[in-house]
Design a protein around this ligand. Structure first.
Ligand SMILES: [Zn+2]
Length: 114
């Protein structure tokens, strides 16, 4: 088998997301495990999977940054009328940031897999 023929065959096959076996790209259902497998999208930009998670994750990270910024007193002239508890800055902001980071990464993985 020539290299181009091999490449062509790989192009027309894809991996089942459920059992991992190689199946024909045009199939809607995996012949091995009978799971429904969504059709491969022609354009990645058309997909929305992961985008919501990424946006929410980035928002959480931004929010954490804002909380930390005000809580740490970097914005003295714009200090909040309510004093931010140190615990909020020390624990909540990093937790929120990590949560946002995890969510954004999860969204990124979803995007890459789609
Ligand atoms: Zn399968």
């Amino acid at each position: 088998m020539s290299m181009s023929a091999l490449g062509n065959q790989i192009m027309q096959k894809r991996q089942c997301a459920f059992c991992g076996k190689r199946i024909d790209a045009h199939l809607n259902q995996c012949p091995f495990c009978r799971e429904m497998v969504p059709q491969v999208r022609l354009s990645r930009s058309g997909g929305t999977s992961g985008r919501t998670q990424m946006r929410q994750g980035l928002l959480y990270m931004l929010l954490a940054g804002v909380i930390y910024y005000f809580g740490a007193g970097y914005a003295k002239p714009l200090a909040l009328p309510v004093a931010v508890q140190p615990a909020v800055t020390n624990y909540l902001a990093p937790l929120l940031f990590l949560f946002g980071l995890a969510l954004a990464l999860y969204g990124l993985i979803l995007r890459l897999k789609s």
